[in-house]
Design a protein around this ligand. Sequence first.
Ligand code: S3P
Length: 162
Amino acid sequence: MSIVLIGAPGSGKSTVGKRLARRLGLTFVDVDHRIEEVVGKPIAEIFADHGEEYFRAVEEEATIELLGSCGVLSLGGGSVMNAAIREALAGHEVIWLKVSVGQASRRVGLNTARPLLLGNVRGRLIELMRERTPVYESLATEAVETDGRGSAEVADQLAAER
Ligand code: S3P
């Protein structure tokens, strides 16, 4: 069984996951990083060169494969919209890092590494979160508020509960 972090871009999945894993003595893998390793280029270039459909196919394969290992995993914010990934999450501990649009857009800033948010970060986050929030909620075995809290505090809370 893995501990899986889900949530919107800017919810802190990678930073919280890294610290949580260290606290629990588990391995940590960020699925976005694994995809970059597999394809051999950054996410933004994968989208630009091959398109979103290709990215989603690699994401599906990488996520499902990594779910087979025991450790802490942070998923891409959009991965939960894939039915095969949702199915593969069954039986794992799924932690939803909740974040408001305002806080997420401040954390993401003008980071161009996130192709889906380019142009209008706040507007795109509102759209994505409207669609995804019910899905995050339905998959979560635990939900944690991250607004106004540092990633260390969130990770320490999650570690203390385990
Ligand atoms: C995406 C989120 C990104 C990354 C890709 C697509 C999304 O991950 O997987 O840019 O669809 O929201 P983060 O949630 O880590 O930003």
